[in-house]
Write a protein that binds this ligand. Structure first.
Ligand code: CA
Length: 225
């Protein structure tokens, strides 16, 4: 899952990025409204965390614009003001949820997950295929009864593949989903991670099919033990 943080207070933005990355989200940060608006238009984010008070732009105005241009992204608004009218305005201009500063990181995380469950494809907290089970809330992967320890990147790649079960997923799609925008698109890191992922999954690694020259596809099938 991909998140954009638009927040001019660098320490808040950077801490959120670190925290969210630890929970296996891919995070881009914009420290002003203009850059935030650009990134929101350029990439597909599942969630946009938008600070209401930005130096160069009116947060509500930016929210309205993003809402108009990116219907598929959820927007969580951050506000330093507790006044009810600001919250109402924030929700009126299209934010899906809001948090008042200061807030607990765990609350933000819970709200992000609640929003992600709203879309039909994300309703489940568990992704399953054959004997492979992925628990998104607990950040655990099992094959049958056995837990498989994955790195953050491997987890993100597997989650992305499972969410697109049966579909061809290109290397670039995986790169865009699991790495931030500074990644070198000519690297072969995706293939390296898929290789490690398959090895860790053992026989179930065969669920991940290579589509020669194009990318990868996860297909449900019976795996002989
Ligand atoms: Ca601010």
């Amino acid at each position: 899952m991909k998140i954009l943080i638009i927040e001019d207070e660098k320490s808040i933005a950077d801490n959120l990025k670190i925290g969210l990355e630890q929970h296996r989200f891919m995070v881009d940060v914009a420290y002003d409204g203009q850059n935030g608006h650009y990134l929101a238009g350029e990439y597909d984010y599942d969630i946009i965390i938008l600070d209401l008070m930005l130096p160069d732009m009116d947060g509500e105005d930016l929210c309205r614009r993003i809402r108009k241009e990116k219907r598929d992204s959820f927007v969580i608004m951050l506000t330093a003001k507790k006044q009810i009218e600001n919250i109402v305005n924030g929700l009126n201009c299209g934010a899906d949820d809001y948090l008042t500063k200061p807030f607990e990181f765990s609350e933000l995380l819970a709200r992000i997950r609640a929003l992600l469950r709203r879309t039909s494809k994300n309703k489940e907290n568990t992704l399953c295929i054959s004997d492979l089970k992925m628990y998104l809330d607990k950040e655990q992967v099992f094959i049958g009864e056995k837990e498989i320890k994955l790195t953050k990147k491997e987890f993100m790649i597997l989650e992305y593949l499972l969410r697109h079960e049966g579909q061809l997923v290109s290397r670039n799609q995986i790169l865009e989903h699991a790495w931030d925008r500074n990644v070198d698109i000519f690297t072969n890191i995706v293939d390296t991670h898929i290789k490690n992922l398959r090895r860790k999954l053992g026989k179930s690694g065969r669920l991940i099919e290579t589509v020669y020259g194009s990318g990868y596809r996860v297909l449900s099938r019976k795996i002989d033990k």
